[in-house]
Design a binder for this molecule. Sequence first.
Ligand code: 5GP
Ligand code: ZN
Length: 114
Amino acid sequence: MSDCIFCKMASGEIKPDVVYEADTVLAFRDINPQAPTHVLVIPKRHIPTLNDVEPNDRELIGDLYLVAQEVARREGIAESGYRTVFNCRGDGGQEVYHLHLHVLGGRRMQWPPG
Ligand code: 5GP
Ligand code: ZN
């Protein structure tokens, strides 16, 4: 997707503040952090939303969570706790239509979310 900002980050055309990189996954700091730690974990391949995930993507989705776990360790929030979120489409609050897992921590999260 040539006009997708997260695809440009995955390809290296735009350089975000990367905290972890693997073959198929990239994790970088959110430009508008909502918590002391706010990292986005994305598949390098363009998948628009959670609705577009297919059975063949099982391993990739698992990898997103394993990277989230590693990011939490590196950020020092694994023990204090953190939240992982996929926002999906309008009512879910999704603004960038390239799948991304939010990793938020370093403060107490509220429930229910707004
Ligand atoms: P969504 O609302 O789609 O779940 O989350 C999109 C996230 O991407 C937002 O938290 C927003 O701050 C972040 N974001 C949007 N544009 C950029 C960008 O150019 N760079 C980075 N690092 N984050 C971005
Ligand atoms: Zn994309």
